[in-house]
Design a protein around this ligand. Structure first.
Ligand SMILES: O=C(O)CCC(=O)C(=O)O
Length: 222
C-alpha cells in the first residue's frame, strides 16, 4: 500500500449495523460482518497485493480521472483507459502479471457466495478500490466479464459507505444501503446485472484504513 496507508494493527470496532443477513432483491444479499473473523489476514494480504501492484487512479474512456484508486489480483485485472473498460492479464503499470489471488481472499469470497446461495464460486479476479473522502462510483453495471452466471462478491473495509442498489435500468430509483467494515455484499442470478454504485465517502477515520474505504470486488471475468 502507499504511504497514505496507516498502521495495520489497531483496534477495529465490531460491526453492529443490523441483521446478520439482509436481502436487497432476489439474488442479492448483504452479509453483515461476514469478513470480520478473517479481517486481520485479509488486511495483511491486501497490503502485500498493494505493494506488488500499487493503487492508481485510472482514466475513464472519456479521459476523466476516476475518483477511486484501484488495483487488482488474480489471473487478470480490470483496467480502464482511452481504449475502454476491460480485463487484462497484464498490469499496464508494470507490463507484468497481476499478483496472485491470496488464499484468504478466495476462501472468503467462496464462503460468502455459498452462504448467499451460490455454491462452487471460482472468481479469477479481485478488483480492489480505494475510496478517499469524497470518492464515489456512479451507477453502473458490471458487464465486462465473459461470465454472467457467477455472482459478484464485494467486501467492505474501512470507512462506511452508502451503497446504491439500483434496478435493471439506470433510471430505476436505487435503494440506499449502509455498508460498514466487514460487510460482504453478494449479487448474482437475477441480480447479476443490476445497476449499483457508491455515494461519495464521508469524512471519518477508521483504525486500520485511516481516512478511506476499501472494497474487494470478486468476479469471474474469463
Ligand atoms: O465498492 C463497492 O462496494 C462496489 C464496487 C463496485 O461497484 C465495482 O467495483 O463495480
Amino acid at each position: 500500500m502507499d504511504d497514505a496507508t496507516p498502521d495495520l494493527f489497531g483496534d477495529v470496532p465490531t460491526n453492529s449495523s443490523g441483521p446478520a443477513r439482509m436481502a436487497l432483491s432476489p439474488g442479492a444479499t448483504v452479509l453483515r460482518g461476514f469478513a470480520l473473523p478473517s479481517q486481520a489476514a485479509v488486511w495483511e494480504a491486501l497490503r502485500d497485493v498493494a505493494a506488488a501492484a500499487p493503487f492508481r487512479h485510472m482514466a475513464t474512456p472519456g479521459g476523466l480521472r476516476m475518483s477511486v484508486a484501484s488495483t487488482s489480483c488474480g489471473t487478470c485485472g480490470w483496467v480502464s483507459d482511452h481504449r475502454g473498460y476491460r480485463y487484462d492479464a497484464a498490469n499496464p503499470e508494470s507490463g507484468g502479471p497481476w499478483p496472485g489471488m491470496p488464499a484468504v481472499f478466495l476462501e472468503l469470497a467462496r464462503e460468502a457466495a455459498a452462504v448467499a446461495g451460490f455454491d462452487g464460486y471460482q472468481p479469477d479476479t479481485c478488483l480492489i478500490n480505494r475510496y478517499e473522502v469524497g470518492a464515489r462510483l456512479t451507477l453502473h453495471q458490471d458487464k465486462n466479464e465473459r461470465d454472467f452466471q457467477s455472482p459478484i462478491v464485494s467486501v467492505s473495509l474501512g470507512l462506511p459507505a452508502v451503497f446504491l442498489w439500483g434496478g435493471a435500468q439506470r433510471s430505476d430509483r436505487p435503494l440506499r444501503v449502509s455498508l460498514v467494515h466487514g460487510d460482504v455484499t453478494v449479487w448474482g442470478g437475477p441480480a447479476r446485472l443490476r445497476f449499483h454504485g457508491v455515494l461519495p465517502i464521508r469524512e471519518g477515520r477508521h483504525p486500520w484504513a485511516g481516512a478511506c474505504r476499501i472494497s474487494l470486488t470478486f468476479r469471474k471475468a474469463g
